[in-house]
Every structure is written in structure tokens, then in C-alpha cells.
Write a protein that binds this ligand. Structure first.
Ligand SMILES: *[C@@H]1O[C@H](CO)[C@@H](O)[C@H](O)[C@H]1NC(C)=O
Ligand SMILES: *[C@@H]1O[C@H](CO)[C@@H](O)[C@H](O)[C@H]1NC(C)=O
Ligand SMILES: *[C@@H]1O[C@H](CO)[C@@H](O)[C@H](O)[C@H]1NC(C)=O
Ligand SMILES: *[C@@H]1O[C@H](CO)[C@@H](O)[C@H](O)[C@H]1NC(C)=O
Length: 426
């Protein structure tokens, strides 16, 4: 059995090696965005580099195999999910050695290796990053996305080929976590994220809610409107339901993966998830204060986005003992009564009234919107993210957008009779 696996692996590695040698295209071998190499090395140099790194990959695979021949070693223990409460932390890695910063934070706040085993899945062949990951030894499991073939990308999307690789990587890595390692739950973390001190507490406490409520399909650590001026820093306990899939440090269960894996898209997986065909009216839990924050510019195409938005997201610093709180208010029935009623009880005010500080109290207020342009200009005015995905504005729940302005809670709301998002809003 083990011998077979060994032979298979070696053959496979050689195959990958040959494959890579064969498929090197003339330009832009690994076009970003995000993680992917942005250099236009000339052909020869590139071949040489890849050859060397492929050798290293094969060596690593052989080593990994050696580990797996000691089945009792921590690293390759198979989990019996029906009896396991552990939640895998899946780090998506490629070619950024700065992943050490992400891993260091995750290790710093982790109390139990058994409760939160860390799996780093690495795409790309990048020796320096591999070395960094390996230097953490048995604190984590390091796996390699084996399919390094160039992906066939429609010619007009060539410059987005990085998105295709990311999608392929996610699919493979999530299959590993759920179908090979057999975990029941995973939290996906990209390699450029810092986590907050209560990151684990947050997910541990919200997992039972996620499992219980079929109208939820994820828990995210991210608030898309989590900038300093837009949040109540004194309320780190505050959580919401959101119809917008935020990503950026998010938890899903195997059940959801089983549903998605067969139709997983070739690219742009996050927007695909936001499409009604996938979301199916379900929501995510998200915090008022983000529990993740990106620390690096993400490739060239997202540089501007980082400078304009991501950089200003506030990472929570006051740890909350979420597991000691009663979070059942997030269950749909309770939330749709209490939260929605609370929002619509807030007095209606006009934008100018609010902007000119003409409101004689400091309680929450509500501003109503009617049309897409109406909402869009309000979002711009208050410095909120003003894009829509499948008609859903970022952070919205039932069309409601909650934020703070001038230290006051403000809700942008549609009319009370609102039924659903309009996909033509974009
Ligand atoms: C394989 O594992 C054994 C026992 O852990 C170790 O002594 C040996 O050095 C390993 N071999 C390689 C090639 O890593
Ligand atoms: C997992 O554990 C349960 C009991 O908790 C047991 O019934 C089941 O057979 C186990 N499955 C595997 C594959 O070991
Ligand atoms: C299942 O979990 C319980 C409690 O966590 C533990 O006592 C038991 O040994 C576990 N069973 C297996 C088969 O791992
Ligand atoms: C949690 O809060 C709900 C009300 O939101 C209440 O009905 C329930 O009894 C509480 N549970 C506990 C364990 O206190």
C-alpha cells in the first residue's frame, strides 16, 4: 500500500515536472493578480528556475510521504469528523514569503493545536516561500497544489489568468481539508491577513449558530465598511447578519463545500459565490470590528483598492470572550424580528440634517433610499463601499446598511415593504 503510494507519488511528481516543462508558455507564465508572479522572465531563465524548483517540490513530496508513513504522527492524522470538533485553519499560499507574518499571528493567538490545526496549502513553485512555511515545522501541515499546468484562459481574459489559478487552488485545497483530512469545518485565511487576538474565540462561538441555522452559510471575520470612522470601536461584541459574502477570513462547513464543490467555477470564485444561484438567499455572520486585516498590497491590479480601502480597515484589539456570550440573537427568526424592528424604529432624518449636525440627540437614526442612484450617492457621501455584487451592497442585510457617522449609529434602509435585491443594481 505504502509502496504503491510512493511509486504513484514519484511518478506523479515526474509527470508534473514534465508537464511544467512542456507547458511553459511564451509570455506571462504566471500572471498575477494576487499572489501570482508578476515578472516577465525570459524563457530560458524561467525554464531554469522552474526546473530547479520542481526538483525541490519532488524532494518535498518524498519527505511528505515519509511523514505519512508514520500514521500516528500529528501532521497526517486523519480526522474522524463525526467525532471531531476541530476546525481546520486553511491558509492559501503561493509565492509570498511574508506569509510568516500571517502564520506568526495565527500561532500567537492559538491556544490549542488540536482545536485549530493549521493547514497551509501552497500553489506555485516558490522555494523561498516553501522554506518559510517549512520553518514552522510541526506547528502546521504544509501541502502543495500539485497541478501546475498552465490553465486554458479565454484570450480576452488572459490578464486575469491569476484568478483562474486561485480558483483551481481553492478547489483543490478545500477538497483536501474536507475530503482528504475529513474536517467538518474550515476557516480560510489568505496569506496576507493579520488576525485579531479574539479571532479563534469569534469563530468558536459562532460555529454552533452556523451549524444550527440553515439560512447561514458562512461566518466572516471581515467588515467591508470597517474603517475607523464608520465603526463603533466601543462595541467589539457587536455582530450582524449580512447578505453580502465578505470573504477575507471566513468559515464554512463541509455541508456547504459538498454543495459547492461540484460546480466550483474556473475563476472569480468570490463573485460566483455572491450570485443568487449559489447564495440562495443565505447570509453570513460578520463583525462590527474586523478580526482580519490585509497587511500587504495584493498584486498590481489590487494596489489601488488597497490604498483606498483595505489599508484603513480597523483590526479589533479588545478581545471579546465570545464563547461566554449568548449569540442566539443571530438566529434568523430572532434577528429578523429584533434587529429589523430596532432599525425601523430609529427616527428618519434627512442627509443634510445629519451632515449639518442639526439633530438634537445622539441616538441612532435612519435614512431611507429609493433608487440605486439614490443609494449610491449616499454611500459615496458617507465613505462607504459603493459597489454591488448581484445587486447586494456590501454588508447589507435585508437592504439595511449599518455604520457610524460622527459617532452616531446610522442605518441606510430601503422602504419597509422591500422584498429583495435587484440584480440590475451594480
Ligand atoms: C523519515 O522519517 C524518519 C523518522 O521520523 C527520519 O529518521 C528520517 O530521517 C526521514 N527521512 C527523510 C528522507 O526525511
Ligand atoms: C467515526 O466515529 C464514529 C463514532 O464517533 C463511528 O461510529 C464511525 O464509525 C467513525 N468513522 C470512521 C470512518 O472511523
Ligand atoms: C469522541 O470524543 C469523545 C469526547 O470528546 C472522546 O471521549 C472519544 O474517545 C472520542 N472517540 C473517538 C473514536 O475518537
Ligand atoms: C439566549 O438568549 C435568548 C434570547 O435572545 C434566550 O431566549 C435564551 O434563553 C438565552 N440562552 C441562554 C443560555 O441564556
Amino acid at each position: 500500500m505504502k509502496k504503491n503510494r510512493f511509486v504513484a507519488l514519484v511518478l506523479f511528481s515526474i509527470f508534473v515536472w514534465l508537464g511544467i516543462n512542456h507547458f511553459i508558455p511564451n509570455d506571462n507564465f504566471i500572471a498575477k493578480p494576487n499572489n501570482y508572479l508578476d515578472e516577465n522572465l525570459d524563457d530560458f531563465e524561467l525554464r531554469l528556475k522552474i526546473e530547479v524548483e520542481t526538483h525541490n517540490l519532488i524532494r518535498e513530496n518524498i519527505k511528505q510521504l515519509n511523514y505519512s508513513s508514520h500514521e500516528d504522527s500529528y501532521q497526517f492524522k486523519k480526522h474522524n469528523s463525526s467525532n471531531s470538533s476541530s476546525v481546520a485553519i486553511l491558509i492559501i499560499a503561493c509565492n509570498r514569503p511574508s506569509i510568516s507574518r500571517c502564520i506568526n499571528k495565527l500561532l500567537k493567538y492559538r491556544k490549542s493545536k488540536d482545536d485549530f490545526p493549521i493547514i497551509v496549502s501552497q500553489d506555485c513553485i516558490h522555494e523561498r516561500t516553501s522554506q518559510v512555511i517549512k520553518s514552522f515545522g510541526r506547528e502546521l501541515i504544509h501541502i502543495h497544489q500539485p497541478d501546475q499546468k498552465e490553465i486554458k484562459v479565454p484570450s480576452k481574459e488572459k490578464k486575469f489568468s491569476g484568478y483562474f489559478k486561485i480558483s483551481r487552488h481553492y478547489k483543490w485545497a478545500l477538497n483536501q481539508v474536507f475530503n482528504t483530512y475529513n474536517y467538518g469545518t474550515a476557516i480560510i485565511v489568505e496569506d496576507d491577513l493579520d488576525v485579531a487576538p479574539d479571532f479563534y474565540e469569534y469563530f468558536k462561538a459562532t460555529l454552533p449558530i452556523l451549524q444550527k441555522d440553515e439560512t447561514l452559510w458562512c461566518v466572516s471575520a471581515w467588515n467591508d465598511n470597517g474603517k475607523f470612522a464608520l465603526i463603533d470601536r466601543n462595541d467589539p461584541k457587536l455582530l450582524y447578519r449580512s447578505d453580502f459574502f465578505p470573504g477575507l477570513g471566513w468559515m464554512l462547513t463541509r455541508k456547504i463545500w459538498i454543495e459547492l464543490m461540484h460546480k466550483w467555477p474556473h475563476s472569480y470564485w468570490d463573485d460566483w459565490m455572491r450570485h443568487p444561484d449559489q447564495r440562495k438567499g443565505r447570509s453570513c455572520i460578520r463583525p462590527e470590528l474586523s478580526r482580519t486585516k490585509t497587511f500587504g498590497k495584493i498584486g498590481v491590479s489590487n494596489g489601488l483598492f488597497y490604498e483606498k480601502h483595505l489599508k484603513y480597515i480597523y483590526l479589533n484589539e479588545l478581545p471579546v470572550d465570545f464563547t461566554k456570550l449568548n449569540l442566539t440573537y443571530l438566529l434568523k427568526d430572532e434577528y429578523d424580528t429584533n434587529f429589523v424592528e430596532m432599525v425601523y424604529r430609529a427616527p428618519l432624518v434627512g442627509v443634510n440634517e445629519l451632515k449639518n449636525k442639526q439633530i438634537g440627540h445622539s441616538d441612532p437614526v435612519r435614512i431611507i433610499y429609493y433608487t440605486k442612484n439614490n443609494l449610491k450617492s449616499l454611500m459615496k457621501l458617507f465613505g462607504l463601499m459603493d459597489d454591488f455584487k448581484s445587486g447586494v451592497p456590501r454588508t447589507a442585510y435585508k437592504g439595511i446598511i449599518s455604520f457610524t457617522y460622527d459617532n452616531r449609529r446610522v442605518y441606510l434602509t430601503p422602504i419597509k415593504e422591500w422584498q429583495n435585491y435587484d440584480p440590475s443594481w451594480q
